[in-house]
Write a protein that binds this ligand. Structure first.
Ligand SMILES: Nc1ncnc2c1ncn2[C@@H]1O[C@H](COP(=O)(O)OP(=O)(O)O)[C@@H](O)[C@H]1O
Ligand SMILES: [Mg+2]
Length: 334
C-alpha cells in the first residue's frame, strides 16, 4: 500500500519517465518532453478536450504537450519545441517549466499528491563548472513540491548504479547517454565518489551528422533510431553518407566519454578500496544502436583507463534505468 505512494521520475531532455511499484514489479510510463503552441481559440480547446489530447492554456496560446506534440508538429509542418536543452531547462523557452509540470501531472494522473514521496533525477554538474545545474535543480524542486510531493533529487549516473548494480553492492560505474547529456557516476558501496555530466549525447550526434550529410536533425534522429547500428550492418534505408556521418559522431561520443572519465577518475587510480575490478553499466536511449556496447568496450580496453573494469554491460532496460534507480532510492531512502 505504502509503495504506491512512491515514485521515481526521470526528467530527460527528450523524454520524461515516471516509475512506480506495483506488487513486486516496477511500472513505467513516459511522454515526450516536447510541445507545440497553437493560437488560442475556444473551438480548438473544446475539440482537443473531446479527443482527450493533453494541452494547457498559457497566455493566449494553447500548448499541446507530450507524445501528442509530435503528431501536431507533423501536421503543422513545424518542429516540436523543447522545454529542456542539454539536460537543463532551456532559458529561451519561458514556458518550459510549465510544460514539464503539465507532463508530470499527466503521467501521475489526477488526485492529491500530498504525502506521496518522489525522487527525481538531475544532471550532475559538467566537468569544471560546479554551478551549471543549480537553477534547473532548484526550479524542479520547487515545482514538484508545489504539486504536493515530498521530494528529493538524485544524480542521473547514481540512479543508473541504483537500478543496475545491486549485485555489486552498488559499487561500479553508471553511465546514462540520453539526448542532451551523458551522465557518469563512479560509486563505492552506494556512495557517489565522482559524478559529472558531458554535453555529448544523442542530440549532438543528430546535429553533427545532419550537418555533415546535408540533412535536418529531426529526420536524422528518426532514421538513426530505426536503422543505425555500429556492428557493420548497412540497411538500404540509411543513405551511406549519413551512416558514415553517424558513425563518426558516435565514435566521437564514445571517445569523449572515455576521455572525460580518464580525466575525472585519474585521482582515484591510487585508491586501494577501488582496486578490485568494477562493473560498468550503460543506459539511456543513445546506447541502443546494436554494437554500441562492443564498440564502447573496445575503446575502453584500448585506453589507459585509470580503473580496472570487470565488465561493460547494457542496462536491462536502457530507456527506464534512470526512473528505476530513482524509484529504488524513493523506496529505500524516503
Ligand atoms: N533505437 C535507438 N537507437 C539510437 N538512438 C536512440 C534509439 N532510441 C532512442 N534513441 C536516442 O536516445 C536519445 C533519448 O534517450 P533518453 O535516454 O530518453 O534521453 P533523455 O534522458 O535525454 O530524455 C535521443 O537522442 C534518441 O534519438
Ligand atoms: Mg533520461
Amino acid at each position: 500500500m505504502e509503495n504506491r505512494k512512491r515514485f521515481g521520475l526521470d526528467i530527460g531532455t527528450s523524454r520524461i519517465v515516471l516509475a512506480h511499484a506495483s506488487g513486486d514489479s516496477f511500472q513505467f510510463d513516459s511522454q515526450l518532453n516536447a510541445f507545440v503552441s497553437l493560437p488560442f481559440s475556444k473551438l480548438t480547446c473544446s475539440v482537443l478536450e473531446k479527443e482527450g489530447i493533453p494541452h494547457s492554456r498559457v497566455d493566449g496560446q494553447i500548448l499541446v504537450f507530450g507524445d501528442a506534440s509530435e503528431r501536431f508538429a507533423d501536421l503543422l509542418h513545424t518542429e516540436t519545441r523543447r522545454p529542456m536543452l542539454e539536460g537543463t531547462l532551456n532559458p529561451s523557452e519561458p514556458d518550459g517549466l510549465a510544460v514539464v509540470r503539465a507532463i508530470v501531472e499527466l503521467l501521475a494522473g489526477p488526485g492529491d499528491k500530498t504525502g506521496c514521496k518522489l525522487c527525481y533525477s538531475v544532471p550532475a554538474a559538467p566537468l569544471g563548472s560546479p554551478e551549471g545545474t543549480k537553477f534547473h535543480n532548484a526550479a524542479l524542486h520547487q515545482m514538484l513540491t508545489e504539486l504536493g510531493y515530498e521530494v528529493r533529487s538524485l544524480e542521473e549516473g547514481l540512479a543508473v548504479v541504483f537500478a543496475e548494480l545491486a549485485d555489486s553492492n552498488y559499487t561500479g560505474i553508471g553511465i546514462s547517454c540520453g539526448a542532451g547529456l551523458s551522465n557518469v557516476c563512479l560509486a563505492y558501496l552506494s556512495v557517489p565518489v565522482v559524478s559529472f555530466s558531458l554535453p555529448r549525447a544523442g542530440d549532438h550526434v543528430d546535429r553533427g551528422a545532419a550537418g555533415a550529410a546535408g540533412e535536418v536533425a529531426t529526420r536524422v534522429r528518426v532514421l538513426k533510431e530505426q536503422y543505425f547500428s555500429l556492428n557493420g550492418h548497412a540497411p538500404e534505408q540509411l543513405p551511406a553518407k549519413l551512416r558514415q556521418a553517424l558513425r563518426v559522431y558516435y565514435d566521437d561520443l564514445i571517445h569523449s566519454l572515455i576521455a572525460a572519465m580518464q580525466e575525472a577518475f585519474e585521482e582515484q587510480r591510487a585508491l586501494p578500496r577501488l582496486n578490485r575490478p568494477l562493473p560498468l553499466v550503460l543506459a539511456g536511449g543513445s546506447v541502443l544502436p546494436p554494437g554500441f556496447r562492443e564498440r564502447f568496450e573496445q575503446a575502453l580496453r584500448a585506453a589507459d583507463f585509470p580503473l580496472r573494469v570487470s565488465e561493460v554491460r547494457l542496462a536491462s532496460d536502457p530507456l527506464h534505468a534512470t526512473a528505476k534507480g530513482a524509484l529504488v532510492a524513493a523506496l529505500a531512502d524516503m
